[in-house]
Design a protein. Structure first.
Length: 302
């Protein structure tokens, strides 16, 4: 069914996202787009290319590398940056990486705080970025649902859900004082299913980890983890082979797979249609403490 001006539902979402990106480029002095390498980032990249075609994307892409990303993610990032000719910045919190800040040693919250949150804040402040575009969607997690499209952050990079600006009729307030910034979310109104429909329509390349195949895994605390160099076997654990795929990708020790036979886009779309669980139910960082994601966001996490 078409919605307004004979545009399809995906066309409407695309138009809104492109409008938001152009607003960010026009209103802020030094914006950046976060690139986490996953499916949402791949859609953001396509939207940015469309928004500024035939010119190049007028802002760099920033990837915060914790050093625990899946090997396939880093390979995909490097190949895309060459093919698409994007200006990619990779930032790592080397101080804590050298301390081997692994979640099994320090806990997921502490690891995330230094390798993701603090690294992101350092990267934004050191380069003077006053706006950061990201791929968060309101429906993926309850604290995300509180976000405005232009999410105001104070001079410490902190988020206060009670101190946000109204966005009536898609009018965005982009005024910030020195040191303050905004996180902009062009995919706010998209769902996981919308993302997959758009990826199929646009023939967007994505990481093979999203497709089901037999992989070596470890079952731990209700999660199915990839048996790789970042996940050492614990007492009583075994490596087994299972047909799995990932619905969401982050750091290997904190990203759980699901058992699945969805090995192509059509099957993924059908699987998502019938799923009763959120994709983020397989992200361990959301469950370390009650309200974990909201506390991280208040500290500056994306």
């Amino acid at each position: 069914m078409s919605i307004g001006y004979n545009l399809s539902y995906l066309d409407n979402l695309e138009s809104e996202s492109i409008y938001i990106m152009r607003e960010v480029a026009a209103e802020f002095e030094k914006p950046v787009m976060l690139y986490s390498i996953g499916k949402d980032s791949s859609v953001l990249l396509r939207l940015a290319q469309k928004a500024f075609y035939p010119g190049k994307i007028p802002f760099p892409l920033l990837h915060v590398d914790t050093s625990y990303k899946f090997k396939e993610m880093i390979e995909f990032r490097d190949s895309i940056s060459k093919v698409e000719e994007i200006n990619l910045i990779v930032y790592r919190n080397e101080h804590y990486i050298k301390k081997e800040m692994h979640p099994s040693k320090y806990g997921k919250d502490k690891c995330c705080k230094f390798l993701k949150t603090q690294a992101l804040l350092n990267a934004l402040s050191s380069s003077g970025f006053d706006a950061a575009i990201g791929g968060a969607r309101r429906e993926e997690e309850k604290s995300r649902a509180k976000e405005r499209i232009f999410s105001f952050r104070d001079r410490f990079g902190a988020w206060d859900p009670k101190n946000q600006r109204p966005e009536l009729w898609n009018l965005f307030n982009a005024k910030v004082n020195p040191g303050e910034s905004v996180r902009a979310f062009p995919l706010s109104n998209w769902t996981e299913l919308d993302i997959w429909h758009y990826i199929r329509r646009e023939s967007i390349k994505i990481i093979p980890l999203y497709f089901a195949k037999k992989r070596k895994v470890i079952r731990r605390d209700g999660f199915i983890l990839l048996a790789d160099e970042f996940n050492a076997l614990g007492k009583g654990e075994n490596i087994e082979e299972a047909r799995v795929r990932f619905r969401t990708l982050g750091c290997s020790p904190c990203s759980g797979a699901i058992e699945s036979d969805a090995d192509d886009l059509n099957k993924i779309i059908e699987e998502v249609k019938t799923s009763s669980k959120s994709e983020r139910e397989n992200r361990a960082i959301d469950y370390e403490t009650d309200g974990s994601m909201e506390m991280k966001k208040r500290e500056g996490y994306f």
